[in-house]
Design a protein around this ligand. Structure first.
Ligand code: ZN
Length: 266
């Protein structure tokens, strides 16, 4: 166990071998009934099947626990289960305030008591921050660094320590799958929008959920749709699964498709 400076609390400590995306999400994407025994990972350049996980020595034990308890554990428990249940979505559907928009249903606070928006936002921040501040060297072939501006890194760090608010200049969008979640993990990677060149951002996804963080020259109107500011809107949409399928079609030229991602009918 190497000794060093914890990237989150900045104290000198024994550093833990921590995962960028928790092991539990890998379990969720296994398809034991099919030929797929390992998770399907979608990266910027390829889609493949591997049991390799992105982990490294970045945080002290206390901070690893902090990230798990304030976000990851709740998200994992409430993610899609193999039996078809998706507790987080069930709670979202019980929430009373929603409006229909082009992309799906936009839910707003107050949420059902079983829908823990605070932990969901914390989880998103923890993944974007870790993908930004560290180059996960041991797994270069699995992901690239997703660097954010230094000021944003620091604001996210303080937010994760409960010493500051979520950065006001960043927009965080959270989408919950309305259709059957695909068994995939997408590591944080740049999202390119041809018509919005001065807005920069990253996406990542775990089964049933997609997270998008944007910063740059963002219009005020767009800032208002961030899940981090009232009315804390969360989108229920099938856009996520559709985007994955579109990406799959794009990658099909260079990658071997496996599992349900490779099914032409899906
Ligand atoms: Zn620490």
């Amino acid at each position: 166990m190497p000794h060093g400076t914890c990237a989150l609390c900045r104290e000198s400590a024994d550093l833990q071998d921590g995962h960028l995306i928790a092991k539990g999400f890998y379990k969720a994407v296994r398809e034991p009934a099919s030929v797929i025994s390992n998770p399907v990972l979608v990266t910027a350049s390829t889609t493949f099947q591997t049991s390799e996980q992105v982990s490294d020595y970045l945080l002290c034990r206390r901070c690893e626990l902090r990230l798990a308890q304030n976000g990851e554990e709740w998200v994992l428990r409430n993610s899609p289960h193999r039996n078809g249940r998706f507790p987080m979505r069930e709670a979202l559907l019980r929430s009373p305030i929603k409006s229909t928009i082009r992309a799906g249903e936009s839910y707003k606070e107050p949420y059902d008591s079983a829908f823990d928006l605070e932990r969901l936002v914390y989880f998103a921040a923890s993944v974007f921050w870790r993908a930004s501040v560290h180059t996960w060297d041991r797994v270069k072939h699995l992901m690239e660094r997703a660097p954010l501006p230094l000021e944003l890194n620091e604001q996210l760090r303080l937010f994760l320590l409960h010493l500051g608010a979520f950065p006001i200049d960043a927009v965080l969008l959270i989408s919950v799958s309305a259709s059957k979640p695909l068994p995939h993990i997408i590591f944080p990677q740049a999202n390119k929008r041809a018509n919005l060149t001065d807005i920069i951002g990253y996406d990542f996804a775990v089964p049933g959920l997609q997270f998008r963080l944007m910063y740059g020259n963002i219009p005020d109107l767009m800032k208002q749709i961030s899940v981090a500011v009232p009315p804390h809107a969360v989108l229920l949409t099938d856009l996520v699964e559709r985007e994955i399928k579109a990406r799959r079609d794009e990658l099909r030229k260079t990658s071997r498709m496996v599992g349900s991602l490779g099914s032409a009918a899906s």
